[in-house]
Write a protein that binds this ligand. Sequence first.
Ligand SMILES: [Zn+2]
Length: 200
Amino acid sequence: MRTSGLPVLDKLINDFSKLPGIGYKTAQRLALFILKSDPDYVSELADALLSVKENTRLCAQCFNISEHELCSVCADRRRDGGLLCVVEDVVDVMAIEDSHEFRGLYHVLGGVISPLSGTMPDDLHLKELAERVQANGVREVLLAINPSTEGEATMIYISRMLKDSNVRITRIASGVPLGSHLEFLDTATIGRAIQTRRDL
Ligand SMILES: [Zn+2]
């Protein structure tokens, strides 16, 4: 293991290098930046890190990240509660919201069905999706799940699960290439994919 000779700095470098996309060199650069920074900034940063953990939770209705019982989307009465967009992860909600093309509500599954990596239907918020569709006068369920093999299997599972409830089931269409992730698409592509959704 590489070391800077200062255990306290090594600890910070090691912690930074656990962040996604951060290798040793970048972690070292970040740690040295912190070392040289104004103490007020470092204190603010430390507070922000703790605060995001302490003051957020999952929305009780859609499992989006939230500061309150309901997230800002679910709490917005102007949104169309008859249209539910099903996504894998919170990052997908953010990507779709950035496109300003969707005026319905979300349902965050928390992943996709993947027996190989041990994610079974019961590990996801699928039961809650079925309950929402039953209870809330939903007209359409739009599946905005990334089109991987596991994503396709998850979409099939959902369409079977909901087949007896009178809802239209659609999926986002053109512009989302196989194997691509929503979070990496530009907002215009996401917007187009929502507009040109098709029935499943
Ligand atoms: Zn919500």
